[in-house]
Design a protein around this ligand. Structure first.
Ligand SMILES: *[C@@H]1O[C@H](CO)[C@@H](O)[C@H](O)[C@H]1NC(C)=O
Ligand SMILES: CC(=O)N[C@H]1CO[C@H](CO)[C@@H](O)[C@@H]1O
Ligand SMILES: [Zn+2]
Length: 290
């Protein structure tokens, strides 16, 4: 308004700059205040969530799925994955949970991850990662079948998968299977085929003695919310309408970082970022499908 009174002949051109100049310092101060507030909130929630996970990991609930209301029983668990690194990227909380309670964990990896011709290297990396996760090498089996090669658009034969998984179940007296759900966390077609292979085995052979759990896929916002997803995960796990759902928190988050770092050929910056931001590093929600 000050400029306006000085030059009444140029009302239109002058008004706009006046408004801009008088407002911009206030706007930028309040914007940066808001930004600082948002960042402070995120840090606060992040730390609170980490603390919650830390506490949950130390409370040994008696209602865990490995107990089933009965006396403690050592389970022979088969973890079925599609590629070397799935175990560290997605299933580390589950593996840590099981091994720290003395259960026997077998890992069946249905390809050697040869999409870039690094199959042999990735095989060795998987063995090393499993050792970091306290699963001895002898308990890890890696399949390299011409019909089951790593890659988008490679359709895996569900009957063949079911056959391979069944052989593994028989030779190790498996009584519990853990695998991907039908979305497969990242939506990779190999992950999804592994799920359908397990389902095929279940429904074709009607093996009543085996319990099967799937890793619940979450939407992209929850997937990259790091430890913060614990609140929603706990909430959904408590709802009876969701069926039998268990939320397992990672008792040894550091161990999963070390395990993931064993996959040296995969350990590039965006995967490091993924491991820090992914909620699957901090917790696993498992749903019982049978
Ligand atoms: C899938 O695998 C089964 C068992 O190995 C085999 O009998 C069948 O012919 C295969 N199907 C296709 C389409 O390759
Ligand atoms: C873990 C799980 O299955 N959560 C689901 C519970 O049900 C709601 C809707 O009722 C879903 O949004 C959750 O994903
Ligand atoms: Zn994978």
């Amino acid at each position: 308004m000050y400029y306006l009174s000085q030059s009444p002949n140029h009302v239109q051109p002058v008004i706009q700059p006046t408004i801009c100049i008088s407002r911009s310092p206030n706007v930028s101060i309040s914007t940066s205040m808001a930004l600082i507030l948002v960042i402070a909130c995120i840090i606060f929630v992040w730390i609170t969530s980490l603390f919650k996970i830390f506490l949950l990991a130390r409370i040994r609930s008696t209602k865990h799925f490995t107990l089933n209301g009965k006396a403690f029983r050592k389970r022979n668990v088969l973890l079925v994955i599609a590629h070397p690194d799935d175990e560290s990227m997605f299933f580390a909380p589950t593996i840590n949970f099981l091994t720290s309670r003395g259960h026997n964990v077998q890992i069946l990896c249905l390809s050697n991850g040869d999409a870039d011709g690094k199959g042999n290297i990735r095989k060795q990396e998987l063995y090393q990662a499993c050792v970091s996760l306290k699963v001895p090498m002898q308990q890890v089996k890696i399949i390299n079948h011409p019909d089951l090669q790593d890659g988008f658009g490679k359709v895996w034969n569900h009957s063949l998968l079911a056959k391979i998984i069944e052989e593994e179940i028989t030779s190790h007296c498996i009584d519990m299977i853990i695998t991907f759900d039908k979305y497969g966390v990242s939506g990779h077609c190999n992950h999804r085929d592994v799920h359908y292979g397990v389902c095929k085995l279940l429904y074709d052979t009607s093996r009543g003695d085996i319990e099967v759990w799937e890793l619940v896929s979450t939407n992209i916002l929850r997937k990259y919310s790091g430890p913060n997803d614990i609140w929603l995960s706990m909430f959904w796990a408590m709802l009876p309408s969701n069926g039998t759902v268990q939320c397992l928190v990672n008792e040894h988050s550091r161990r999963s970082f070390i395990a993931m770092a064993q996959h040296k050929s995969q350990w590039v910056w965006f995967r490091k970022l993924f491991v820090i931001l992914s909620s699957y590093t901090y917790m696993n929600t498992l749903r019982k499908i049978k």
